[in-house]
Design a protein around this ligand. Structure first.
Ligand code: SAM
Length: 247
């Protein structure tokens, strides 16, 4: 007989396991799924190119964010972590996938950039002690394309991570699938019925403002479409959002 539920974390873990029977980007095997995704680096995946997000460059150019301590969630091969490091941030970048972290570390070595890459689950870091090295709270938490791969119940953990790790006056920046352009528009409950995330969740502007209410919205817009020759990454099927935690 199982009587395993005592805390909110126990409930969240139980809900994670609802996705386990189906290989997807959110299961016990998620790291393997993403490792396979990154195995062939020559695939024409737009975010495989070593270009920073156009919105991140724009925040830096306009002085909306200033160097400090940055945490990147789901950093993949590190294109934004490297840009932040070159702008003078002290960067910790986390990803589930060993293949992504290995690729990111190679890029950092080639660029001579000092980034602290960590392979692991952002939620385990948040509840463990290693987030303390090299020291939160962070002046910037950056997420390009990780949040929309999380199941609905993990928004609770995600908000808790922001509450714990974002410094007063610090910024949270997000890019995620825009409803009507990319991602699944099924209602939250439907993902549990299917045990699948359908390739990622779409969000409306209103849903993002609601989920991250408590933070002040600095800018929320669609990402600009960047042409292939651009030094920046830009896909119009994504939202870009910059929020600030009041001091
Ligand atoms: C769409 S990719 C984006 C990668 C990178 N941010 C970029 O834009 O180049 C999403 C990334 O989130 C990572 N990821 C998903 N869930 C995660 C979790 N719970 N903890 C850490 N990383 C996670 C995946 O391994 C994957 O590399």
């Amino acid at each position: 007989m199982d009587r395993n539920i005592r805390t909110v974390d126990d409930v969240l873990t139980l809900m994670d396991d609802l996705f386990a029977p189906e290989a997807d980007r959110w299961t016990a095997g998620a790291a393997d799924w993403w490792d396979d995704f990154y195995a062939d680096r020559s695939r024409p995946v737009p975010f495989f190119a070593a270009k920073p997000d156009e919105n991140l460059v724009s925040y830096l150019d306009r002085g909306l964010i200033a160097p400090g301590r940055a945490l990147e969630l789901g950093c993949g091969p590190g294109r934004n972590a490297l840009r932040l490091a070159s702008a003078g941030f002290e960067v910790t970048a986390v990803d589930l996938s060993p293949a992504a972290i290995a690729w990111a570390e190679e890029r950092a070595r080639q660029a001579g950039a000092a980034v602290r890459f960590h392979c692991g689950d952002i939620f385990r870091l948040a509840t463990g002690t290693s987030l303390g090295e090299p020291g939160g709270p962070y002046d910037l938490i950056y997420d390009s394309g990780c949040f929309h791969h999380l199941p609905p119940h993990r928004r609770i953990s995600y908000r808790a991570l922001l509450d714990r790790a974002l410094a007063p006056g610090g910024h949270f920046a997000l890019t995620c699938f825009a409803a009507g352009a990319m991602g699944s528009e099924l209602p939250d409950a439907a993902f549990y019925g299917d045990s699948r995330l359908h390739g990622g969740l779409a969000y409306t502007e209103e849903s993002l403002r609601w989920i991250f209410s408590g933070l002040t919205s600095v800018e929320l817009r669609r990402m600009r479409d960047e042409p292939p020759g651009s030094p920046h990454f830009g896909e119009p099927f994504l939202w870009t959002a910059l929020f600030r935690r009041d001091a």
